[in-house]
Write a protein that binds this ligand. Structure first.
Ligand code: UDP
Length: 322
């Protein structure tokens, strides 16, 4: 049985679906603060649990025979982490230590973890490989880096096996339209662009047009959520023989203006755009060197064309269930 903590969230719910489609038995744990109960596949067992409540974690491990854990549960708003760091260090770091300790008490040694390219901070070079220095520039990124370091200590002391997957920009929705992206508040570029197109929002603000990039807007590496889900399963299957960190991105950079253009082509509608100042802490370009994921996991992203990724997000946006 695989325990997916945070399995009601965006990437977690897509991973749960993928695991079930591939024959795994899954128990989803989530506190539903940001997660959606409707996003949890009906084939999974659902348990309401919170990382900060060690008793509820112990109950969970007593009730189910857990073989391995995939851990998505975290607060993930960069701006909020600057304003309220205690919330981030407590939930993300202390919560993960609670989870690890209960895993150790129950002799569960395998964990796949949601890490992030935000652990690298301002890039010194691109594409970013796993050897790039890690100097996160906000508390959110620091919580994820701390957890990676805690894993290494637990590996040495207790034999923890861990793979930290450092995602670039997760995007898109399930190809069958069953689940998708739904954040409150929404801060991510692609859903905001699509909401500007449908009229749910007045416009999209482009944060900065004077970056040192071909069209002046920021470049990011948008990776389809189902390709992320696949990588989690492959990581789970690799855990008996490998511990470490792995980037997950397409290796392709796409600018903000290119995203808007692609969304207009997919939807056949104009996107109302406003040009705004740069957002603090945004590097000009971030994209992955993904060779390690290919070599270690045998992973290959199915979605390499940004229009195909946005098409799945658009299908969800005009037909969403939550
Ligand atoms: N962005 C933007 N307008 C928005 C939201 C985001 O121009 O309303 C830009 C942002 O500056 C970045 C890119 O879109 O260059 C992706 O931002 P997002 O917040 O989706 O992900 P992040 O890269 O911050 O993880």
């Amino acid at each position: 049985m695989i325990l997916v903590f945070g399995g009601a969230g965006y990437i977690g719910s897509h991973t749960v679906k993928h695991l079930l489609d591939n024959g795994y038995q899954v128990v989803v744990a989530d506190n539903l603060i940001y997660g959606h109960r409707e996003a949890v596949d009906k084939r999974a067992v659902f348990e309401h649990a919170d990382l900060l409540d060690k008793f509820s974690l112990q109950q969970l491990f007593r009730k189910h025979k857990i073989d391995a854990v995939i851990h998505f549960a975290a607060f993930a708003y960069v701006g909020e982490s600057v304003a309220e760091p205690q919330k981030y260090y407590f939930n993300n770091v202390v919560g993960t230590v609670n989870l690890l300790n209960v895993m150790m008490e129950n002799n569960v040694k395998d964990i796949v973890f949601s890490s992030t390219c935000a652990t690298y901070g301002e890039p010194e070079y691109t594409p970013i490989d796993e050897l790039h220095p890690q100097n996160p520039i906000n508390p959110y990124g620091r919580t994820k880096l701390m957890i990676e370091q805690i894993f290494a200590d637990y590996e040495r002391a207790y034999g923890l096996r861990h793979i930290a997957l450092r995602y670039f920009n997760a995007a898109g929705c399930a190809a069958n339209g069953s689940i998708g992206e739904s954040h409150t508040p929404e801060t991510h570029l692609i859903p905001l662009v699509l909401k500007a197109i449908t009229g749910e929002r007045k416009s999209i603000s482009v944060f900065g047009t004077d970056y040192d990039t071909p069209d002046g807007t920021c470049i990011r590496d948008y990776i389809h959520v189902e390709d992320l889900a696949l990588a989690h399963r492959l990581a789970l299957e690799k855990l008996p023989v490998y511990s470490g960190c792995i980037n997950l991105g397409t290796g392709i950079g796409t600018s903000v203006k290119e995203i808007i253009l692609a969304a207009e082509e997919v939807s056949g509608k104009k996107c109302p755009v406003e040009y705004a100042d740069r957002r603090a802490g945004d590097p000009a370009r971030l994209f992955a060197d993904n060779r390690k994921a290919k070599e270690i996991l045998g992973w290959e992203p199915a979605y390499k064309n940004i229009k195909d990724i946005i098409q799945t997000a658009w299908n969800w946006e005009i037909n969403r269930r939550f």
